[in-house]
Design a protein around this ligand. Structure first.
Ligand code: CP3
Length: 336
């Protein structure tokens, strides 16, 4: 598996490639399968159909890795918080004001469905395709649990972090333990490596970034590595800015996802030597295609030549991406 070779520090060329949200609405076959499931959450919790949508982009484009089809908000749902996705509006949860009533045993069926999908996937994927298990980073998941929705800068979470830090820390402790158990179960079910999506890391000031992002991520990495000698974990502290180097150093993560705004050359300088990067092509270029995309892809490839690197976007694919641009992206990378 090229992806695991890179995560073990080998400079594989051309680099392995996968795309965040590679299973999604830009693919007509995804939309058809989602319609069959009824809605997005039912799709996540249906092991047969979730396996099918994970495999669709692998069959079509031959990515080097498949990512479990699920969502970072399935964990709060398994803990007992209500979750719905309003059509075209994103996730909605009742904003949390106490931890009572939340527990890992709340909805074991949800857990079991996800693990069944992981097991189906490892059995169905070609041996050269790595299976990535994932969870949201505790801070990012807490943002949705406390604010009940995304779309802004999570104002309730931001206030609570100052006004009721004990509550926020208790929630993060609970999420950290739940995330360790959830990711361990994915490893046991067959995930080859893991990714932690800390998509909203960048909304916190430095001191809170250390307590709410770095400390929980470090605990998760340490716990999983203590139990699974060779497990590799990719962190994605989106919009971490100048905190990126500290994040990589302090968490012990094996590779780090770069958002769109980060200059990869500066990231190389800010992080420990031999840090492995993933990303950071602007998803808008994948929508636009043509010379703008080709130029940026070649420039990104040139800047990582000779390094262990995982080709990816700086954030997820948007539903308006034409499929032929994804096919062209793969050609450019593979003709290198
Ligand atoms: O292909 C993959 O990348 C794997 C599956 C995956 C999804 N979400 C599927 C999904 C993964 C890894 C995620 C992670 C996720 N979910 C994150 C972290 C990464 C990021 O994007 O920052 C976050 C913040 C969420 C929460 C979430 N889920 C939001 C805010 C939304 C609504 C936005 C949107 O695109 O509609 C979702 C919905 C979602 N998750 C979809 C998919 C394919 C679209 C649902 C649909 O089919 O209507």
């Amino acid at each position: 598996m090229k992806l695991l070779q890179v995560l073990n520090g080998k400079a594989v060329w051309p680099p392995p490639v996968w795309l965040m949200r590679q299973a999604g609405r830009y693919l007509p076959e995804y939309k058809a399968t989602r319609a069959k499931a009824g809605d997005f959450i039912s799709l996540c919790l249906n092991p047969v159909l979730a396996t099918e949508v994970t495999l669709q982009p692998i069959r079509k484009f031959g990515f080097d890795a498949a990512i479990l089809f699920s969502d970072i908000l399935i964990l709060p749902m398994a803990l007992g918080q209500e979750l719905r996705f309003a059509e075209g509006e994103g996730p909605r949860l009742p904003p949390l004001s106490s931890l009572s009533g939340l527990s890992l045993e709340k909805a074991p069926g949800i857990y079991a469905a996800v693990m069944q999908t992981v097991a189906n996937l490892r059995a169905a994927l070609p041996p050269e395709t790595a299976l990535i298990g994932f969870a949201g980073g505790p801070a990012t998941v807490a943002c949705y649990m406390l604010d009940g929705q995304g779309g802004g800068d999570f104002p309730r979470t931001r206030r609570l972090a100052y006004e009721n830090p004990g509550f926020v820390t208790d929630l993060l402790d609970m999420l950290t333990e739940a995330t360790i158990a959830y990711l361990q179960a994915q490893v046991d079910a067959g995930a080859d490596c893991l990714m932690l999506f800390e998509s909203w890391a960048g909304i916190f000031p430095a001191a809170q970034f250390r307590n709410l992002v770095i400390a929980p991520n470090r605990r998760i990495v340490a716990a999983l590595k203590a139990r699974n000698q060779d497990i590799k974990i990719i962190g994605f502290p989106r919009l971490a800015g100048l905190m990126l180097g500290e994040y990589v150093r302090e968490t012990g993560i094996d590779a780090v996802g770069l958002d769109t705004v980060t200059d990869i050359t500066q990231a190389i300088q800010a992080c420990p030597p031999n840090t492995i990067f993933q990303g950071n092509l602007d998803p808008l270029l994948l929508r636009l295609g043509g010379p703008a995309m080709e130029h940026a892809v070649r420039r990104l490839l040139a800047s990582v030549q000779g390094r262990p690197h995982i080709f990816n976007l700086g954030h997820g694919i948007t539903p308006d991406v034409p499929e032929q641009n994804v096919a062209r992206l793969m050609e450019i990378i593979r003709e290198n």
